[in-house]
Design a protein around this ligand. Structure first.
Ligand SMILES: [Mg+2]
Length: 306
């Protein structure tokens, strides 16, 4: 399949499926010739950015690796390649419903074998943020096991008695009573945190109201905006990079949305790869005031470069 690149990414040179691909992200930096991979390099061929090897990968899940519970062609092989070559990588999701173990099991049924330690959710990022801000804080939580488990494991106390925070996450059983409690606690001074800003989520029968929609309801009633952790807050990526000891200069982000994955990746200083297998289509890209470093039809084409 022919790979079309945006103007900036056209500076990349490809030398065929087995060749090293090297990015020159600094406009005036000197081009260096494309080099062949070391024959005995156990990590195999690699992607370079400004002469430095991309050592770590962050990737979005829906629209990049899976679509409606089916693995996107190339995704299982990409994950396997990273596992086999001991690459540091994390699969990111704004969904805070599931624990990494639950998500790994769900991905497995979609045909993707992702170790649970390679999954990073907005719930984990939120737990890490709160632990950093106020160790052993008290929190009133609206959410599912993915969020409550992460908060418990980070040492937080879950309570509706005088909490320091109200933490809102994704749930399929929003209760008017719980929302009322959250509103009253925020009005009494609890700080308002949301795991992710998504207004809707997908389901087989159509869209579902998601965390952002419920947050808007609470904001309307309290006049207080939440601090939101998930994408497009670069906090999500920074926390993920901390988890795998990655550095922005040598980390890439793969996503299917310009308005979340790519903007947040750019703001976190990462090399950004937009795949067209999800939300953003090629004709949408030019409307945004920023560009991904690379545009590919899907991860299958990325796999060919690795
Ligand atoms: Mg996506």
């Amino acid at each position: 399949m022919r790979i079309r690149l945006p103007r900036r990414a056209a500076r990349w040179k490809t030398g065929g499926a087995s060749a090293v691909v090297r990015a020159t992200c600094t406009p005036h930096s000197e081009e260096r010739p494309v080099s062949e991979p070391e024959p005995n390099n156990p990590a195999g061929p690699v992607v370079y950015r400004s002469g430095q090897e991309i050592e770590c990968w962050l990737t979005d899940m829906d629209g990049v690796l899976v679509h409606e519970n089916h693995a996107i062609p190339g995704a299982p092989e990409l994950i396997q390649r990273w596992v086999d070559t001991s690459r540091r990588f994390l699969v990111l999701t704004n969904n805070s419903i599931y624990t990494p173990r639950d998500l790994a099991a769900r991905l497995q049924t979609s045909g993707l074998s992702v170790p649970e330690e390679n999954i990073w959710t907005s719930a984990l990022a939120t737990a890490g943020f709160l632990k950093d801000q106020m160790p052993r804080a008290r929190a009133y939580v609206i959410g599912e096991a993915g969020l409550t488990t992460a908060l418990h494991e980070s040492g937080m106390i879950l309570t509706d008695q005088d909490p320091d925070y109200v933490v809102l996450g994704e749930t399929r059983t929003y209760s008017f009573e719980a929302i009322t409690t959250a509103i009253r606690l925020i009005l009494d001074g609890a700080r308002f945190i949301a795991t992710n800003p998504d207004a809707t989520g997908p389901s087989r029968d159509g869209v579902l109201p998601a965390t952002g929609a419920i947050a808007a309801l609470i904001t309307k009633a309290t006049g207080r905006e939440p601090y939101t952790i998930g994408k497009p807050n670069p906090m999500m990526f920074r926390s993920a990079m901390n988890q795998i000891d990655a550095h922005s200069e040598t980390t890439a982000m793969i996503g299917d949305r310009m308005d979340t994955d790519i903007i947040a990746g750019m703001e976190a200083g990462l090399h950004t790869v937009l795949v067209l297998s999800g939300i953003t289509q090629r004709e949408d890209i030019s409307a945004f005031p920023f560009r991904p470093n690379q545009v590919l039809p899907s991860v299958r084409e990325l796999l060919q470069q690795l």
